[in-house]
Design a protein around this ligand. Structure first.
Ligand SMILES: Cc1cc2nc3c(=O)[nH]c(=O)nc-3n(C[C@H](O)[C@H](O)[C@H](O)COP(=O)(O)OP(=O)(O)OC[C@H]3O[C@@H](n4cnc5c(N)ncnc54)[C@H](O)[C@@H]3O)c2cc1C
Length: 449
């Protein structure tokens, strides 16, 4: 306790170690919970350096945190939770011509896009939590959302980061050509050590073979399977003709475990075409919707999201969401929400009609409403509310997160979900819980594509 009191006196910001604050920061949006030793609200880089020294001296960890909306315990731990959402929330600079923006980690994703809008630019990757999730957390989780078929994930937009390493030294990770990479390897101190380590690791033939063999296929773009060493392996120092080396590829998705980020430079893109239409295809089963999705993907949608029967059930009795079910006809087993962004509404109407014809020819889908404007906003609101509603079901029965955010090649998805449901069925049969129904276990729409 004394050492925490001493640390609190030394910081420009705040340090809390009372029970109430520790409980408040004991969880994120997941089921995991662990009381941290303390909660820090740093005001400056100087504070962060103090915290790093303290953590080293007292053999504890720092858990960087922005909005704390992670779903898998990323900001849960028994060390010091360091919340940078209060004092590290500035947009530092914009180079509109070069389409680059520099921000602190605590900038909210949607607020960044409000700032960029007058410049006809925006930051593409999104999450269902985009109105509160912050860029530091998006980098930490390599976030992406329903539009990832077009804008991919945060990693692909991360140009450089300024960060503090575990010895408190300040570094900047950015694009390095082969010469610049080898120059970095000559540096003394932790930074040089890190570059030398990655050079020797990724130059090893056996390691290369293992990474190429064991990592998911590159066609599975939306994934976060440990550190992205496979992406680094493809860069020029290790693969002839590859892109330039950039440690940011590894920082994205590293969940706060490699460095404490203080500044983030992102690439931003032109605003998408104004007209947006949602084709909300109704199916009798999830399997049908997954097969129809392969037809949808051929027509370059900006998003294709599933709302399954179970989520739809949850919205029936919800005062807020029941209004947004206006487009639902009958009792669908699944609805595929296919978003098209094009220059004109006519283009979208023609496209939707082609998709409908192809799906009907394949015997897939029974109702094909096409929605625009405020109506389409309501559909996304319904879709985004799904996961929250699922976790707030009234009564004792709760949806249990068993497998989160699995990434599967869309071509394999119908077979994958079929096999997955067979596994669930097997467990239900052997389960001692007599009254459990299969419906309770059907994969929910939180499964990501
Ligand atoms: C209902 C719901 C829906 C969701 N939908 C999606 C979705 O569609 N797509 C998606 O990708 N995610 C989704 N998420 C998960 C989460 O909202 C996102 O990943 C979001 O981007 C996390 O942002 P955050 O600010 O809350 O980060 P936090 O949870 O605070 O942190 C995320 C990670 O980043 C690290 N981090 C934060 N700041 C720093 C820093 N300065 N330096 C180093 N590391 C740092 C943290 O340590 C942690 O590991 C969803 C969550 C919920 C609750």
């Amino acid at each position: 306790m004394q050492h925490l009191e001493q640390l609190a006196r030394e910081l420009e910001g705040d340090l809390f170690f009372d029970h109430k604050m520790r409980v408040l920061y004991a969880t994120d949006a997941s089921a995991y919970r662990e009381l941290p030793m303390a909660v820090a609200i740093p005001r400056s880089i100087w504070d962060l350096k103090k915290l790093i020294v303290f953590a080293k001296d007292h053999k504890t960890s720092l858990i960087p945190r922005t909005a704390g909306t992670s779903l898998a315990g990323q900001v849960v731990g028994n060390g010091i939770v360091v919340d940078v959402s209060t004092h590290f929330n500035q947009i530092l600079s914009l180079d509109a011509a070069a389409k680059k923006v520099r921000v602190q980690p605590g900038v909210v994703r949607d607020e960044l896009n409000l700032f960029l809008k007058p410049h006809a630019l925006f930051f593409g990757p999104e999450t269902s939590t985009a109105n509160r999730a912050m860029i530091g957390g998006m980098v930490g989780n390599n976030s992406c959302g329903s539009n990832s078929v077009v804008y991919r994930s945060t990693r692909e937009h991360l140009l450089s980061v300024k960060a503090l390493l575990s010895d408190g030294s300040e570094v900047e990770f950015t694009d390095l050509d082969i010469d610049a990479f080898h120059t970095k390897c000559e540096l003394s101190g932790l930074e040089g050590e890190i570059y030398r380590h990655i050079r020797s690791t990724l130059s090893d033939y056996n390691t290369q073979e293992e990474i190429r063999k064991e990592f998911p296929r590159p066609s599975v773009e939306r994934r976060n399977t440990g550190y992205a060493v496979d992406v680094l392996l493809e860069t020029a120092p290790f693969t002839v003709g590859g892109p330039t080396f950039n440690f940011c590829k590894l920082i994205a998705g590293s969940e706060g475990t490699l460095a404490f980020i203080t500044e983030i430079e992102l690439n931003v893109v032109d605003l998408p075409p104004k007209e947006v239409g949602l084709l909300c295809v109704h199916f009798n089963s999830i399997d049908e919707s997954l097969r129809a999705n392969l037809i949808a993907m051929k027509h370059h949608p900006s998003a294709s999201e599933l709302i399954d029967h179970y989520i739809l059930e949850c919205t029936k009795d919800n005062i807020e969401q029941s209004k947004n079910r206006f487009f639902v006809q009958g009792d669908p087993g699944a609805i595929l929400v296919i978003e098209f962004c094009r220059a004109t509404r006519e283009e979208i109407i023609t496209l939707a009609s082609t998709v409908e014809t192809e799906m009907r020819a394949a015997g897939l889908g029974y109702h094909f409403p096409l929605l625009f404007g405020d109506d389409s906003k309501k559909i996304w609101t319904l879709r985004k509310a799904g996961l929250g509603l699922l976790s707030n079901l009234p009564g004792d029965e709760k949806a249990v997160p068993v497998i989160e955010d699995t990434a599967v090649d869309v071509q394999d998805l119908p077979a994958y979900i079929r096999d997955f449901n067979l596994i669930l069925e097997k467990f239900i049969r052997s389960s001692s819980t007599e009254n459990m129904e299969m419906e309770d276990c059907v994969v929910s729409s939180s499964a990501k594509w």
